[in-house]
Ligand binder design. Structure first.
Ligand SMILES: NC(=O)c1ccc[n+]([C@@H]2O[C@H](COP(=O)([O-])OP(=O)(O)OC[C@H]3O[C@@H](n4cnc5c(N)ncnc54)[C@H](O)[C@@H]3O)[C@@H](O)[C@H]2O)c1
Length: 279
């Protein structure tokens, strides 16, 4: 419930929401949830087929959804999307940056150097793998904010929601660094836009199983990897999150009747992972 006693997200009807990675696990969940609350959802992804699937599912349920095929690291491509949005929808109310994830080539194969055998260590990782992580996760958030925020000025309930992550995680140094950048950039942009009527926040999900991290958590035959046992041991609630459990936090941060004075926060949704020191 929000301040007016209305259900969370109940005031979002009629809003136009662009979701990068809206064809993925978290982005798709958010697309369906916002469409169910009356938003026109614009799904942006690289894989047109995957985007169309989500859009068709939303339309079949009576919602409004359109798709854009673009890469979040390509400024010119995002510019063309922005022009089309202005022509067809007049502007944007909500931007959710949910494209991102791990890059396999940027992964060390052990938690600590002392455990290393023959397999890839941090010292074997090519510098390009850091660039790939930073491009996808940080540039891929920075650029959509830069290109789309001008479409949001003066629009009701204008807000940006980025997706950060937990702090430094073992094995994925570039991802951890890039997501720290996303958290810091979120706070910077929130300050910068605070008097322009655009709120900027981020979610920091704990551990949810989706396409981009499945190989870190499960073997090919579906059995859990030791890393998953570690994740569960480090999560006081003792389980992975369910994607729907991110929806309430997303609706809270995008519904200005609930969070109109909230900007610059990075909200963990993690079953207690970030609160727990391990002892
Ligand atoms: N799943 C988790 O446990 C978890 C935890 C913390 C943070 N996150 C973050 O949440 C976000 C969403 O991840 P997810 O778990 O839903 O992953 P996902 O792989 O299911 O979805 C990511 C989507 O982004 C799209 N994408 C990738 N690169 C792109 C590009 N360059 N341009 C446009 N689209 C691109 C992919 O096609 C995919 O559909 C990511 O930023 C991820 O780092 C996820």
């Amino acid at each position: 419930m929000n301040e007016s006693g209305a259900p969370l997200g109940g005031g979002l009807s009629g809003r136009v929401a662009l979701i990068t990675g809206g064809n993925g696990g978290i982005g798709g969940t958010f697309a369906r949830a916002l469409a169910a609350r009356g938003c026109t959802v614009l799904i942006l992804g690289r894989n047109e087929q995957k985007s169309l699937q989500v859009a068709e599912e939303i339309r079949a349920a009576g919602g409004r959804a359109e798709t854009y095929t673009a890469d979040v690291t390509d400024e010119a491509g995002l510019g063309r999307v922005a022009e089309d949005i202005v022509q067809r929808f007049g502007g944007l109310n909500i931007l959710i940056n949910a494209a991102g994830g791990n890059v396999r080539a940027a992964t060390a194969q052990q938690d600590q150097l002392a455990d290393a055998g023959e397999e890839t260590t941090f010292f074997d990782l090519p510098a390009e793998s850091l660039q790939q992580e930073v491009d996808l996760n940080l540039r891929g958030t920075w650029l959509p904010c830069k290109v789309m925020a001008p479409l949001m000025e003066g629009r009701t309930g204008a807000c940006i929601l980025n997706i950060s992550s937990m702090g430094a995680l073992t094995r994925i140094p570039g991802y951890s660094a890039a997501k720290a950048g996303v958290s810091s950039f979120t706070r910077w942009l929130a300050t910068y836009l605070a008097r322009s009527g655009i709120r900027v926040n981020a979610l920091a999900p704990g551990f949810f199983s989706t396409e981009q991290n499945r190989a870190l958590q499960f073997n090919e035959d579906g059995t859990p990897k030791p890393r998953l046992q570690k994740i569960l041991a480090g999560t006081p609630m003792g389980r992975l999150g369910r994607l729907e459990e991110l929806t309430g936090a997303m609706l809270f941060l995008t519904d200005e009747r609930a969070s109109g004075f909230v900007t610059g926060v990075v909200l963990p949704v993690d079953g207690g992972f970030s609160a727990y020191s391990g002892v």
